[in-house]
Write a protein that binds this ligand. Structure first.
Ligand SMILES: *Cc1c(COP(=O)(O)O)cnc(C)c1O
Length: 226
């Protein structure tokens, strides 16, 4: 299947999931995860109309972002953050989905070039998975407060990377927990978070049922990674 055909199919599946979940058409946006894919895959997806691309590895991302500097692409960092990479992330990206340490928030804020728009950030939540990053729902409030006070960051929402081996109903309740948490934080902190970054190739329909506003799709668009 070509990248363009795959994108048409995914958009159709997103529209169907919006419909069956009684969500407004267009309420879920599509982030193409291009990690492990060549530059030509990104340009094909761009030509098919996509403007948001997600990358996990900084070196690989920098090469693509530099090569495509003339393209009006929004680049999203979705990988795990190391302290010594914060400066480059703040320089190269429009969005960051995987923030969960307040020290990183501070470093990213200080490194964001002053003439750039604010860096959009989502807090990565961890629901009891010792092998993954993320902050517990309980500690999310303190981190959200920290981020809100940093002038070069814009707190946009929450991100979840669920345990993929769960049943569909367990996945659904994990996603729902993140949706409820964002609404709870918006009420208590008077924030205006609007992004629930949840759902990948294998579980995006469940994520949309539970309120996802942004799905991160790699393999179903581009096929296997290198
Ligand atoms: C790789 C990755 C994705 C995309 O996963 P697919 O299964 O290829 O759709 C989404 N989110 C994160 C954080 C990833 O690392």
């Amino acid at each position: 299947m070509t990248v363009a055909n795959a994108i048409t199919q995914i958009k159709q599946a997103i529209a169907e999931a919006e419909h069956t979940s009684h969500r407004p058409p267009g309420s879920v946006s599509l982030l193409a995860v291009s990690k492990g894919q060549p530059l030509s895959a990104v340009t094909r997806a761009f030509e098919a109309g996509l403007r948001d691309f997600g990358e996990n590895y900084l070196q690989e991302a920098e090469a693509k972002i530099n090569a495509l500097a003339d393209y009006p692409i929004r680049w999203h960092f979705i990988g795990s953050i190391q302290s010594n990479k914060c400066k480059a992330i703040a320089h190269y990206f429009d969005w960051l989905h995987s923030l969960y340490r307040s020290a990183h928030a501070q470093t990213l804020n200080d490194a964001r070039p002053k003439d750039f728009p604010k860096l959009n950030v989502c807090i990565q939540i961890n629901l009891n998975d010792p092998n993954k990053g993320g902050v517990s729902p309980h500690d999310a409030e303190a981190l959200a407060k920290t981020i809100v006070h940093l002038p070069n960051l814009h707190l946009r929402g929450l991100m979840l990377l669920p345990n993929p081996t769960q049943t569909t109903s367990a996945l659904y309740s994990d996603f729902q927990c993140i949706t409820d948490l964002m609404h709870h934080l918006n009420r208590t902190l008077h924030t205006d978070m609007d992004t629930l970054s949840m759902g990948m190739s294998h579980d995006f329909k469940t994520a949309i049922q539970a309120g996802s506003t942004l799905v991160r799709i790699g393999r179903s668009i581009f096929g296997k990674r290198a």
